[in-house]
Design a protein. Structure first.
Lengths: 122, 369
């Protein structure tokens, strides 16, 4: 019994498509979204306890920030909190590593431009 | 300042095994890890392990992880999660971060089980979203159950590249190519065979030259290599939205350096590793190492090295007699020898033996015994 690579993927990864794994030969407890976060003001589904980056990838979002000097896009690279490529502005705080920061209901996540701006928390 | 007998940095297979072994001997153990979940990379390993029955052959990695966590719980080992260790200072002062700021703890003995970092390649477009380490893809599919992309090019055909490629297929992605700079596949034939049967194309003597895309990866240009040099005119384009890099790992030795441990170079073990003896003790007599920090190998060897370091630390703390410790260590060494045999293991066995021999020569009769 094995996996056969038969179906050719029709399209590229694109924004809005659900990329959650719903069928798997080994993985159990595949959960469904039970909450939401706000991505640049738009609500996207999320699962309590998953990292922000997982919810974003599931929704087809792959650009997390743009670099300070040349504005180049950056996305998930190491996925375990080492490389800093996935930093975004979370609830007004810039530089948050989305691959190791867990989802909370209604959390506001924004694409970070350069070093990002702190929101006036007063 | 809080005092502990044994502080273990890293709650992966090596650190947990070390903690279990030392706690069984009666040592008061604290394991600290920067991650929110324990187990290191074990819970991402959904494939069955190889080897003999004592090494959990046929058992999936995450089941082994569950067993280790149960044992630490049963033995009352303290596991602190979400605390990055920033530094270790003379006298065993461990400084770590927490939500409430920086804290300190003093440890009589320390075991560093920090693991390794994934290597990466640099090419035009390698910073585009969609280019990631194989580990990142594995984390996303097996731990978070999300596809990081749908059409993947895997760079590197070692066991990590092969296993993650297959796991990407299991998760529902397409693997458009496995690219290998060497003229032959690096990993086990059994893993490569599964991919071949699934119809995954292998590009041997090839590498990635460029990744194209305006804001994300859309296509990748491969080029053929002759003696590892690109051959002009052999470029080919493959459509893909993801490039995964499985091009080796480098031991994470920063904390060992801070502890004053001497480092030695070993090409078969991933680069610079802390010099260590037969008992995993470094040139700092209070500091031991275990797992990938002492040379990149496998989870099975990491667990055995953890047991070795845990036994040695318990012995030096006076919880096991020299004779008893010698018996236990001998058993562990016997199992390690089994793991370090065959096509891939023999080179690692040689490299390890060289490090231990060198250590024994240089520190004969010195402070470190």
């Amino acid at each position: 019994m094995g996996v056969v690579q038969s179906k050719r993927a029709e399209r590229m990864f694109y924004m809005g498509e659900d990329r959650r794994i719903t069928e798997h030969p080994i993985l159990e407890d595949l959960r469904e979204p039970d909450t939401y976060i706000l991505y640049n003001g738009k609500s996207i589904p999320a699962i309590t306890g998953e990292p922000i980056a997982a919810a974003l990838l599931a929704a087809g979002v792959r650009i997390m920030r743009h670099t300070a000097k040349s504005g180049q896009p950056r996305g998930i690279f190491c996925g375990i909190g080492r490389c800093n490529d996935c930093k975004m502005i979370v609830d007004g705080v810039p530089g948050v590593r989305t691959c190791v920061t867990l989802v909370r209901e209604g959390m506001e996540v924004e694409t970070q431009e350069g070093l990002g701006e702190w929101r006036d928390l007063a | 300042m809080r005092k502990v007998q044994l502080m273990i940095v890293g709650a992966g297979p090596a650190g947990l095994s070390a903690g279990i072994e030392a706690a069984r001997a009666g040592v008061q153990v604290t394991i600290i890890d920067e991650n929110l979940r324990p187990g290191g990379q074990l819970f991402k390993q959904i494939h069955k392990f190889f080897g003999s029955r004592v090494h959990n052959a046929g058992v999936r990695g995450y089941r082994i992880g569950e067993k280790l966590l149960q044992d630490t719980k049963d033995l009352g080992v303290e596991v602190l999660l979400g605390y990055p260790v920033y530094g270790i200072f003379p006298g065993g002062e461990v400084v770590y971060g927490s939500a409430d700021g920086v804290r300190q703890m003093k440890a009589e003995k320390i075991i560093l089980a920090t693991g390794a970092n994934e290597n990466n390649l640099y090419f035009e477009g390698s910073t585009l979203p969609g280019v990631m380490t194989a580990g990142a893809a594995q984390t996303m599919i097996n731990l978070h159950h999300v596809l990081p992309g749908t059409r993947v090019i895997m760079v590197g055909s070692g066991n990590v590249g092969l296993i993650v490629s297959y796991q990407l297929l299991q998760a529902g992605a397409m693997v458009e190519a496995v690219v290998e700079a060497a003229p032959s596949i690096g990993g086990y034939g059994v893993h490569a065979g599964k991919l071949k049967r699934a119809g995954v194309p292998f590009y041997l003597s090839h590498t990635v030259r460029r990744a194209f895309g305006s804001t994300e990866v859309e296509a990748v240009e491969l080029v053929e290599l002759d003696q590892f040099k690109p051959v002009h005119g052999t470029e080919k384009m493959i459509e893909a939205d993801t490039v995964c890099m499985a091009v080796g790992l480098t031991p994470m030795t920063e904390l060992a350096s801070l502890c004053g441990c001497e480092l030695v170079e070993s090409r078969w073990l991933g680069g610079l590793v802390p010099a260590h003896d037969h008992n995993m003790r470094t040139t700092n007599p209070d500091v031991y190492i275990a797992g990938d920090i002492s040379g990149v190998e496998e989870a099975s060897t990491a667990m055995e090295e953890g047991r070795l370091a845990g036994t040695a630390a318990a012995e030096s703390l006076g919880y096991i007699t020299e004779t008893e410790a010698a018996t236990r260590k001998e058993e562990i060494h016997r199992r390690l020898a089994l793991l370090r045999s065959g096509q891939f293991g023999a080179k690692r066995a040689e490299a390890k033996a060289e490090i231990e021999k060198d250590f024994a020569m240089r520190h004969r009769g010195g402070a470190v015994s």
